[in-house]
Design a protein around this ligand. Structure first.
Ligand code: CTP
Length: 410
């Protein structure tokens, strides 16, 4: 089998951010996967990493100056040959220039001339990432069909914490590979839920759980890269929704149920990766509950709506429903019981453990259909687990009917 990027010509634009050093690793990854890579650096990028480093890693002279070309027009020649254009790190400046059509150096000129798929990996301080100007620029680019990977939430070089860290090279590489992936789910409307729900007791306290949303976000990203229209309904999490999804932020199980049931009417595929609270306090106290005079305190909890069961009950012929089951014991019998009781088509079960389940970067999914185990992913990254889950879910879809718009609208 060939490599995923065999024969692909990729331009890697490097702009002036501290994450530029990580792009050295990206060049290696792209080449190891079969691509030929031409690196184009801005002046600021050269202050962080030497062009020599990129020349050595790519096996081609890194381009830095539009006027230093050897008798040709690099911005036209190189972009005409390119199969993909990656900007990593992409500073707020290059995002602003690309959005506004400013072409005042080699990289920005090439971006304007390029007609191939373009992928940005933003990297900047979290307050810059939150600025209205950047938000508008991201929207403009997204609306023009530009792809994004990241940024991630985490500690920044400046000491602050928030969204703005460039994605890891392996994640950028995965996003680059998915640019060339056949859009097998185009025309499919996917609803994905992710994260925990918080059930408020009073203005200070809530009942929550340990879900971080990573698994559900990975599923949403994977569905998007396969061409699906994705609605991501997510509970409180520090993660940034992948750009390109319709993101709906909710807090409680009740809010998630409302948003999910509404979105389900238009969905072909529903994947409930959220850790929805099974119970919520019967009453919400508008003022803080005080401990004065209390030796004990009992909380009355009532059941929340079971969203997956509602999907299972209402689903139409063309709708496929996938649930999750996080278990500590008897994973197989518990997963099959949930599948049957909730009338789901697939259940992805995982053991709550050190490397699997909540929080971590890895997971091991046991995917069941009515007849039993269909896939054991082994211990893999959550991205890989999401990909295997979508392979299984895609098998359920009546793609012909969906793509020919045979399914009734509403
Ligand atoms: N789920 C849901 N609505 C709820 C609770 C759970 O849609 N109110 C969904 C979850 O998103 C998941 C599946 O049901 O896809 C399994 O959830 P889980 O909490 O593990 O199972 P429960 O059926 O709630 O059973 P238990 O907690 O007893 O294991």
């Amino acid at each position: 089998m060939g490599l995923p990027l065999d024969g692909k010509e990729i331009i890697l634009g490097v702009t002036g951010g501290i994450a530029a050093y990580k792009s050295c690793e990206l060049v290696r990854g792209l080449r190891e996967n079969g691509a030929s890579v031409s690196v184009v650096m801005t002046r600021a990028a050269c202050r962080f990493v030497s062009p020599l480093t990129f020349s050595a890693l790519s096996g081609r002279d890194a381009e830095t100056d539009i006027f230093a070309s050897r008798g040709t027009m690099p911005h036209i020649d190189m972009t005409a040959r390119a199969d993909a254009f990656i900007i990593a790190p992409a500073t707020a400046n290059i995002i602003g220039k690309a959005a506004s059509g400013i072409a005042d150096d080699l990289l920005s000129t090439m971006l304007m001339a390029a007609r191939c798929p373009t992928l940005f990996a933003p990297a900047m301080n979290c307050r810059m990432f939150d600025s209205p100007a950047l938000r508008e620029n991201l929207k403009k680019l997204r609306d023009r069909g530009v792809f994004f990977v990241g940024p991630e939430v985490g500690p920044m070089a400046c000491g602050e914490f928030g969204p703005g860290r460039m994605s890891e090279p392996e994640d950028i590489l995965r996003a680059a590979v998915s640019l060339f992936r056949e859009k097998t789910l185009s025309g499919v409307r996917a609803l994905v839920s992710a994260g925990p729900t918080y059930e408020d007791l009073d203005p200070v306290r809530f009942i929550g759980n340990r879900s971080t949303g990573r698994m559900g976000f990975a599923v949403a990203k994977e569905a998007l890269s396969r061409g699906a229209d994705v609605t991501l309904i997510y509970g409180p999490t520090a993660l940034v929704p992948p750009s390109g999804v319709k993101a709906v932020a909710v807090r409680s199980a009740k809010e998630m149920a409302k948003a999910a049931l509404e979105a389900f009417r238009d969905a072909d595929l529903a994947i409930m990766a959220a850790a929805v609270s099974d119970f919520a306090p019967e009453k919400y106290s508008g003022s803080k509950i005080k401990k004065d005079g209390l030796q004990n305190y009992s909380l009355k909890l009532v059941k929340t709506p079971d969203i997956l069961s509602a999907f299972g009950k209402d689903k139409k012929r063309w709708q496929a429903v996938v649930g999750f089951a996080a278990e500590t014991d008897d994973i197989g019998p518990n997963a099959l019981k949930k599948l049957k009781e909730k009338n789901a088509d697939l259940i992805a079960a995982n053991v709550i453990g050190e490397d699997t389940g909540f929080g971590g970067a890895t997971n091991r999914l046991y995917i069941y259909d009515k007849k039993g185990l269909v896939t054991d992913t082994g211990l893999v990254s959550k991205d890989e687990a999401a990909s295997r889950l979508l392979d299984a879910a895609a098998g359920l879809l009546r793609l012909k009917e969906i793509k020919s718009k045979g399914r009734p609208i509403k």
